[in-house]
Design a protein around this ligand. Structure first.
Ligand code: PLP
Length: 255
C-alpha cells in the first residue's frame, strides 16, 4: 500500500486538492476519520462532508469512513456520517467497540455494498476465522439491554471532564510555548510547539524523565512541530505531573 496525505484545515480534509492528488499518485481509495480525527481531534463540518462526497463521486474515488470516535461527542452529536449521505455505494463505513468499550474485545463492523462485504467476510474467515463468539454475544447483550447507551453517557461525561482538566493545565503551563485545539469529542489534543525544536531531542529527554511522547512524525514523517496528547487513559494526577514536567523540558530546549 502506498499512502499519501491530504491537507487538512479545521473543518477536515481540504477537498480541492483531492482530484490533483488522485491523478498524481494514481490514488485508488480515500481514507478519512471525519469525527474527532486521530491525531488532530478535528471534527469535519457538515458542509465539508457534502463537498467531500461530491468530489469523490465526481472522481469515482471510494471512501473508507473510519468512525470509531463518532459516538464520543461532548456537547452535541457530530454531523451525519458520509455513509448516511451516500446513495452510490461509494462509502465503506467502519465502526468499533475499541474506543468505547475496549480494544480487547476485537469487535468492529463495516457497512458497505453487499459484494464488498462478501469479499471482506471471506478474507476475515481466511485470516482469523472471525471474531470471538463470546465477545460478540457480550456486545450483542450490551447493545440490546441498553447498557451500551448508559455506558456511552458515562464516558462522554468522563472524557469531557478530562478534556477540560487537560486544557486548564495547558492554559496554566503551556500558554507561552505552544498552541492547541479544544476538541469537541474523542481522545486527542494536537499540541503545536511555537518554537523550532529537535523532536528527537525532546523525545529522548522526555523518555529519560519517564514520559513516552507521541510526536507528529508518527503521522507525517516531515512533522517537527506537534505532539499528540491523549486524555483518555492516564489518571488526572499523571496528566498533570507529566504536562508540568513536559513544559519544563520544552522550555529548557527552546531557551
Ligand atoms: C481512527 C482509528 N481507527 C481504528 C483504530 C483501531 O482500533 P483497534 O486497534 O482496536 O482495532 C484506531 C486506534 O487507535 C483509530 O484511532
Amino acid at each position: 500500500m502506498n499512502l499519501f496525505g491530504i491537507p487538512m484545515d479545521n473543518e477536515g480534509i481540504v477537498t480541492d486538492t483531492i482530484g490533483r492528488l488522485k491523478k498524481q499518485h494514481n490514488g485508488a481509495l480515500l481514507y478519512t476519520i471525519p469525527a474527532f480525527h486521530n491525531p488532530t481531534g478535528i471534527l469535519m463540518s457538515s458542509q465539508r462532508r457534502t463537498e467531500l462526497l461530491n468530489v469523490c463521486q465526481i472522481e469515482r474515488l471510494p471512501i473508507i469512513e473510519d468512525d470509531v470516535y463518532g459516538d464520543l461527542w461532548f456537547e452535541g452529536s457530530p454531523p451525519i456520517p458520509l455513509k448516511a449521505m451516500d446513495n452510490q455505494g461509494l462509502v465503506l463505513y467502519v465502526g468499533s467497540m475499541s474506543k468505547t468499550l475496549g480494544p480487547g474485545l476485537r469487535i468492529g463492523w463495516v457497512i458497505g455494498p453487499e459484494p464488498v462485504i462478501d469479499r471482506l467476510s471471506d478474507i476475515k474467515m481466511q485470516t482469523d476465522y472471525g471474531a470471538s463468539s463470546l465477545s460478540l454475544y457480550a456486545v450483542a447483550e450490551y447493545l440490546s439491554s441498553g447498557l451500551y447507551d448508559q455506558h456511552l453517557k458515562k464516558i462522554r461525561g468522563e472524557l469531557k471532564f478530562r478534556r477540560d482538566f487537560t486544557v486548564a493545565i495547558l492554559h496554566k503551563y503551556f500558554k507561552d510555548i505552544a498552541t492547541w485545539n479544544k476538541p469537541d469529542g474523542g481522545f486527542y489534543i494536537w499540541l503545536s510547539i511555537n518554537k523550532q525544536i529537535s523532536m528527537r531531542g525532546l523525545f529522548e529527554k522526555a523518555l529519560k524523565a519517564g514520559i513516552l511522547l507521541n510526536p507528529g512524525n508518527v503521522y507525517d514523517r516531515n512533522d517537527q512541530q506537534h505532539l499528540r496528547l491523549s486524555y483518555s487513559y492516564a489518571s488526572l494526577q499523571q496528566i498533570e505531573n507529566v504536562l508540568i514536567r513536559l513544559a519544563e523540558i520544552i522550555q529548557d530546549l527552546t531557551s
